[in-house]
Write a protein that binds this ligand. Structure first.
Ligand SMILES: [Zn+2]
Ligand SMILES: [Zn+2]
Length: 269
């Protein structure tokens, strides 16, 4: 059986992706409700009973809001760094008003890979305004998939992790002009544009043109802003940038992850 990646939701109202191998599956982020996650898994033909773990990139609500309920319901551990857990507890209260607790949890550290079943998870630091934000590469059955969203820019270390990926899910958050001229308050605009904010279409295009090795059979543009981007604009910008290396990017699929419905599962291997 192939390795599959199914994006269930992507954007500032919630992020959640299933990564599965023949031995089981994991959720990468759980930023939509438990109920909605299970509904979308069913729609995408992903079996919740195959889930072995939930892996969290950082403590912002759009990545973690559904994790506690999902973990309790499916009896699976949540993997996050200790600093992310502390950050989550600070902003989450239980029914009695005390800091919330995750009964089933495991900690990982950026730079230290670990295994969940036959899936190797390699977490690495990304620049974002959270306690200890991480991007990931996942490996199973000889297939490597990179997942990076919520980052202000692409440092060399991150570009390095994204080499030789067979699949890539990467942020294309906003068009800089739309953000600049759009309705957000100036403080928010500054935050999004900062080195610890979100990756713009043009920053991603620059990566595609200058550093990307073209190895992925599929590229998914993710975490698109609903206010400051258009899916077609993100797609065209990426497509044009990738076109500079047509020899490296021939049989690849370029798709856009959506906020309100799952993306068609992408299979490799
Ligand atoms: Zn986010
Ligand atoms: Zn974030």
């Amino acid at each position: 059986m192939a390795v599959r990646m199914t994006v269930l939701a992507s954007g500032s109202r919630g992020n959640c992706t299933v990564f599965s191998s023949s031995c089981g599956s994991i959720l990468v982020d759980a930023g939509i409700s438990c109920r909605e996650t299970l509904k979308r898994m069913k729609a995408a033909d992903e079996d919740p009973l195959k889930l072995k773990a939930i892996v969290i990139s950082h403590e912002h609500g759009d990545h973690v809001a559904g994790a506690q309920v999902l973990s309790n319901k499916l009896k699976v551990p949540v993997y996050m760094t200790e600093a992310t857990y502390d950050g989550w507890r600070k902003s989450t209260r239980d029914a009695e008003g005390k800091p919330a607790k995750l009964e089933r949890r495991e900690h990982f550290r950026a730079g230290h890979s670990f295994s969940i079943g036959d899936i190797t998870v390699n977490p690495f630091t990304i620049p974002h305004d959270a306690a200890d934000p991480c991007g990931f590469t996942f490996k199973a059955e000889g297939v490597k998939i990179g997942v990076v969203t919520d980052l202000g820019y692409l440092p060399y270390s991150v570009k390095d992790h994204l080499r030789r990926c067979d699949g890539l899910l990467i942020e294309s958050n906003h068009d800089v002009e739309m953000l600049r001229n759009g309705p957000y308050p100036w403080m928010v605009k500054q935050r999004v544009m900062s080195r610890v904010g979100h990756l713009s279409n043009s920053a991603l295009a620059e990566f595609f043109q200058s550093d990307y090795d073209g190895s992925a059979a599929f590229v998914v543009l993710a975490h698109l802003s609903e206010e400051n981007n258009y899916p077609e604009l993100a797609r065209q910008t990426a497509y044009k940038a990738l076109g500079f290396k047509p020899n490296l990017f021939q049989a690849s699929v370029l798709s856009i992850a959506q906020q309100d419905k799952p993306l068609q599962p992408l299979c490799l291997g």
